[in-house]
Ligand binder design. Structure first.
Ligand SMILES: [Zn+2]
Length: 390
């Protein structure tokens, strides 16, 4: 028998949440797609291979919440080094751009990228336009900027790269408008048949007021934010409104960022049986050097909160793909795209820090060796682990 593979990834621990595979296997790639996954594939002279022994081989990681409109926004980061250091294949910009500037995100950032870049369109005309360490002006706080018609038009003009509609809620983002911004965003999502991603900040609106309005498949990001508006009450129990929303199919996303991940919220919610659906970094210029760093660092933190490896892999691959309704992505399947991340487990003492400066000691951090996107190799960028150790 003649094997016509372009590449074989050999001997890694293959974790594919969708098929529940977790064990050493070889993956063959041909024409940008996965051609075979077997415990052991025979070698053929001249065939290219990647030695993945000792590494984790997982579906191409998806960071569902990033801000990569770099140079056009003060807080945007260049997607290239972020994707390389986090072993990610797909980065999703979460509403940096709205109707007024979406074409720039598409043509000046996405068009030249070696990675798969997708986006939520902000319900606010200019997107998130005024945010840095000293300055923050809520894009959803001005009634006239929240044009459903314009948001729908931006979606329709960019269907191939748009995965949903984004809105940010809270005193610092939607100001006095509050839930009206959510209603506008829901209307745009409804009219385009896409999911909504909503940010939760300090109240008002409250956690319950927000999630009770979300539809099946909508995403609540910053799900483990610290109080006020934490997912748990003062006894550390998950709010009933969150359980109702999950029951209905609402998805809960980490969205770490600089202000939205607290160890206490995370540990209490997980202990009360409420793990997240999705792990994302919310990486931007103000948190890329900590406390969020990137997707792998955020996944490592969740491992340290008691989740296991197959769980955190699912939360950064299969689950975000489902949230984007891109069921072609996020799994390792014969015939599917060869989007694969190669990770290492770095066993050392690490100190993890949340957004309030709370720390937890850990013994393992996930690192990136590289990724394949449609079978094309992307070497990992070195990560400065000193940043993460302290
Ligand atoms: Zn964000």
């Amino acid at each position: 028998m003649v094997y016509r593979y372009d590449l074989v990834v050999r001997g890694g621990r293959v974790i594919d949440p969708r098929s529940k595979r977790d064990g050493v296997a070889d993956i063959a790639i041909a024409n940008g797609r996965i051609a075979a996954i077997e415990d052991s594939l025979p070698g053929v002279e001249g065939m290219r291979s990647i030695d993945a022994r000792g590494l984790l081989v997982v579906p191409g990681l998806i960071d569902l919440h990033t801000h990569i409109y770099h140079k056009a926004t003060a807080y945007g980061v260049d997607p290239e080094p972020v994707a390389r250091r986090s072993g990610a294949v797909t980065l999703v910009d979460a509403g940096s751009a709205g109707y007024g500037n979406f074409a720039g995100l598409r043509d000046f950032v996405f068009a030249s990228s070696q990675f798969r870049l997708l986006a939520y369109v902000n319900i606010s005309y200019p997107g998130i336009f005024a945010f840095d360490r000293n300055y923050s002006f809520g894009e959803a706080s001005i009634h006239e900027l929240l044009s459903v018609d314009h948001c729908v038009a931006a979606v329709e003009a960019n269907r191939e790269i748009v995965v949903g509609v984004k809105v940010r809620l809270g005193p610092g983002t939607s100001g006095d408008i509050g839930l009206l911004a959510l209603e506008r965003a829901l209307e745009a999502a409804e009219r385009t048949g896409l999911p909504l991603m909503t940010h939760i900040g300090k109240p008002p609106p409250s956690y319950g007021e927000i999630v009770s309005r979300l539809r099946p498949g909508d995403v609540l990001t910053h799900c483990y934010r610290p109080a006020p508006n934490a997912p748990v009450d003062e006894k550390g129990l998950v709010l009933p409104a969150l359980r109702d929303a999950r029951e209905r199919g609402v998805l809960f996303d980490i969205g770490h960022g600089m202000g939205a991940f607290g160890f206490q919220s995370a540990e209490e919610a997980i202990a009360d049986g409420f793990p997240p659906d999705i792990i994302s970094s919310d990486v931007h210029a103000l948190c890329v050097d900590g406390p969020a760093f990137d997707l792998l660092h955020t996944m490592s933190k969740l491992l340290n909160c008691g989740l296991d490896l197959p769980q955190v892999v699912a939360m950064a691959s299969e689950n975000p793909a489902r949230a984007m309704r891109r069921t072609d992505l996020g799994h390792l399947s014969v015939g599917g795209p060869a989007d694969i991340s190669l990770l290492e487990q770095i066993e050392r003492r690490f100190v993890f820090t949340d957004v309030q400066g709370q720390t937890r000691e850990g013994a393992m951090l996930l690192g990136a060796r590289g990724s394949l996107i449609g079978g094309q190799w992307r070497e990992a960028a070195p990560r400065d682990f000193e940043l993460a150790t302290q």
